[in-house]
Design a protein around this ligand. Structure first.
Ligand code: AMP
Ligand code: ZN
Length: 496
């Protein structure tokens, strides 16, 4: 196996091998933990999981570092609005991220770190940049001087020559010498968390967090750095500038970027409001393994258009594979081995590996396995599949699943482990006193007071003859598992 990976830095697919010791050092930009991650984020995280699983499959050892961005404007604002400390606020979403990762079968990175646990290292990196003349202070903040880093733009191929000093692009930029310059360290503001340091009291800029944590845990030159394509500019461009200016060495050898999950042609994002969380899908009765399959099925270099039809198809595809494995394992076949089946299994394995070698072309890898399924189902139907063929076919499936990780039906066990159930099992859940995951993860179970309030509203609507409204409320309660019974003594209710 010789994986070839498309490197954003060189704009071509290159044969991949790690720099040292058969160990691949990967840095992946993690989530900003201000809310539940949406399934667009998971497109990128699933791609990174397929990447690491295939590198392991190919015989490399993987050391992956993922950061958790737990300090930025969004986390600070949301924690403030919720009236809790930044640490406590972000912990909730870090926990939720861990649950989602488990549900989606994402292998744990070897190292997962909170940005705020490494502030001192970030300050040191800024000090180095100051010493080397790449950084300057202004109004208590520290900025990176882009004009001094001659390779700026090499990743994104962006041409910023129009933005010369003096060409200030917006009002926030007045402290900078040059509109292109970006902040390394932000001066403390009243009411915001800050850390005392030699740079003055303040907090790190987002780009600085990643450069620092990547180099701290993986060394000055990484094998692979990865994220969604929205991170190419300015985030990764700035990471390169900071890291290379400080060390004089290449920061990352391969830059891999996943194209976006889109909805009706637009990037799924919190700000557009066109997003689903994994919990939203679970609440609608979809399985995490189906989402994993769907997200993995489109090669990472292509945008993935999310539809519920696609999610249903993914579920069907998994069932087809599971049924096939069951049949190969359980059905009775005549004694012997068939050379034809063995050859087809060998070819399927080869095609699957070649597909993934080809810049992780998961669509090719899927096609290879489904071709085998069709051929061997037909062989079984015609009595041509023999008892001794089981092993080689099951081995091919097992290899395929080391990367795709969907063949074992673990959704229910995992959901239970995390105290989550599908909405369709709500009645069971209510009885068992288990939390039901709902929109954006908020529990759908109504408190007694809320139920009584709704019943009062419904009765008022009935009294005033607004039956459409009273029916609507009844249905709403039904959907939440509450059954109403109108008696002469008034309305009684119970949980389903
Ligand atoms: P964030 O939590 O915004 O820092 O993003 C976490 C990861 O998700 C980054 O690698 C982003 O590039 C990626 N990402 C965000 N939106 C999408 C999307 N719609 N499709 C694919 N990846 C995305
Ligand atoms: Zn990053």
């Amino acid at each position: 196996m010789a994986p070839r990976l498309y490197n954003t830095l060189t704009r071509q697919a290159e044969e991949f091998a790690p720099l040292e010791n058969n160990q691949v050092r990967i840095y992946t930009c993690g989530p900003t933990v201000y809310d539940y991650a949406h399934i667009g984020n998971y497109r990128t995280f699933v791609f990174q999981d397929v990447l690491r699983r295939y590198l392991e499959y190919a015989g490399f050892r993987v050391k992956q570092v993922m950061n958790l961005t737990d300090v930025d404007d969004k986390t600070i604002n949301n924690a403030h609005a919720a009236g809790v400390s930044l640490r406590d606020y972000t912990q909730k979403y870090i926990d939720a991220f861990e649950v989602d990762r488990d549900l989606l079968g994402l292998e744990p990175p070897e190292i997962m770190v909170r940005a705020t646990d490494h502030i001192e290292d970030m300050v040191k990196l800024v000090e180095t940049l100051e010493r080397k003349g790449f950084a300057y202070q202004s109004e208590g903040s520290v900025y990176f001087r882009v004009a001094d880093f001659k390779d700026y733009g090499k990743l994104s191929k962006i041409n910023l020559s129009g933005n010369r000093p003096g060409a200030r692009v917006d009002a926030d930029e007045y402290e900078k010498d040059d509109a292109r310059d970006f902040v390394l360290w932000k001066a403390a503001k009243p009411g915001e968390p800050s850390w005392p340091s030699s740079l003055g009291s303040g907090r790190p800029g987002w780009h600085l967090e990643c450069s620092t944590m990547a180099m701290k845990f993986l060394g000055e030159t990484l094998d692979i750095h990865s994220g969604g394509s929205d991170l190419i500019f300015p985030h990764h461009e700035n990471e390169i500038a900071q890291s290379e200016a400080a060390t004089g060495k290449p920061f990352a050898r391969f830059w891999l970027h996943a194209e976006h999950l889109v909805v009706n042609g637009e990037k799924m994002s919190k700000s557009l409001g066109n997003f689903y969380t994994l919990r939203d899908l679970i609440a609608q009765g979809h399985k995490p393994s189906a989402l994993r399959y769907l997200l993995a099925s489109v090669p990472f270099t292509k945008p993935l258009n999310f539809t519920f039809d696609g999610l249903h198809q993914a579920q069907k595809s998994i069932e087809r594979l599971r049924n096939f494995r069951y049949r190969v394992t359980m059905e009775k076949f005549a004694e012997g081995e068939s050379a034809a089946t063995r050859e087809r299994a060998r070819q399927a394995r080869q095609a699957f590996e070649e597909g993934l070698d080809n810049n992780l072309n998961t669509a090719e890898a899927l096609a290879a396995i489904f071709e085998l399924v069709a051929e061997e189902n037909s062989a079984m139907d015609h009595g041509e599949f023999l008892d001794g063929d089981r092993e080689v076919v099951l081995d091919t499936l097992e290899r395929w699943d080391r990367v795709f990780a969907v063949l074992d039906d673990q959704d229910f066990v995992k959901l239970q482990r995390h105290g989550l159930v599908w909405m369709k099992d709500e009645a069971v859940a209510v009885e068992a006193g288990i939390e039901v995951a709902g929109r954006n993860g908020h529990t759908q179970m109504l408190a007694d007071e809320e139920i009584e309030e709704k019943i009062a509203l419904r009765n008022a609507a009935r009294r005033s003859g607004d039956y459409a409204k009273s029916d609507r409320i009844r249905k709403e309660l039904m959907d939440a598992g509450i059954i109403l019974e109108d008696t002469r003594a008034g309305t009684r209710w119970k949980r389903r």
